[in-house]
Write a protein that binds this ligand. Sequence first.
Ligand code: SAM
Ligand code: SF4
Length: 326
Amino acid sequence: MQLTDSHGRNINYLRLSVTDRCNMRCFYCMPKEGVAKKEHGAILSYEELQLIAEAAIGMGIEKIRITGGEPLVRPGIVAFLARLSRLDGLRHLALTTNGLLLAEMAADLYLAGVQRLNVSLDSLHGDTFTEITRGGDLDRVLAGLEAAEQAGFPPPKINCVIMRGINDGEILDFADRTLSHGNSIRFIEYMPAVKDDDWQRYSISGGEILQRITERYTLEQVDKGQFAGPSRDFRIPGARGSIGIITAVSGHFCSECNRIRVTSTGQAKGCLFSDEKTDLIPFLRPPDRQRLTAALQQIVSTKPERHGISVDGYVHKNFTMSQVGG
Ligand code: SAM
Ligand code: SF4
């Protein structure tokens, strides 16, 4: 069953956040002090998250990515993933993680039926990594990447947010990793998530990132997979991994958007940067599958054509990325 929104986009992908808590504090995502602890019951139970997954699959969603906050810090996550992976109609189950707990958990995640891991990693230098994440340990993440492959996963895809003056000197080092380690790299434009009136100073466009790579390498275009969404993908000839560019801010992004999102507090969103959201809790407590499906369908049919961020003139919306799940 094909699910199409009112702008003709095929919507096949749900990003489902299981927590807003995290064991890191990346400065572009979370406030230094973390997020305020929610009152009991504010975060959806695994049973409720599964009801949402089932409703989404029932209406044509084929891929689910589990995100957060940091999904691996939530107790019981492996058993939940194992239940999701067995749902009829789900063709692809993926997880995005900061990788800090991956070394310990990779084998269990593989056995649970997770098919693909994305690991967020913005620097290959310990000091810069610690600065960006406000305390994260790069060695643990690198050990996690290795453990993932040992467990049987294909080389994890690396999500890398490039910020001018912080890690833009590492663009080529990351590109090299597609040759040396076989990881695919997704370069993501820095987005104004945490309130910062001068956020543009970090901005570096996907076009400039590509240009810097092509100063050293020839790139060939890669065909997009069915669930690829709004990234432009390339490959250095002979590399196992690909290089993707997500121009979330600078352009040509929204027309290929294929996803909806649900936060860990049950807010469904058609667009990361939109204020529009639907509270799913009334359809979960008590469960009403029909109304839940109708609410998700409404999110698809009212999905905005495009977001309103641009390097000039963006008025900041008050949310942190860790609450929506990236
Ligand atoms: N904790 C997990 C992680 O870091 O992979 C999953 C949640 S995190 C919110 C999901 C993705 O959002 C990460 O790849 C992160 O780099 C990205 N992200 C967070 N804030 C961002 C920002 N301001 N601009 C661009 N990407 C951002
Ligand atoms: Fe945590 Fe991921 Fe946000 Fe970093 S990007 S603070 S790891 S949720």
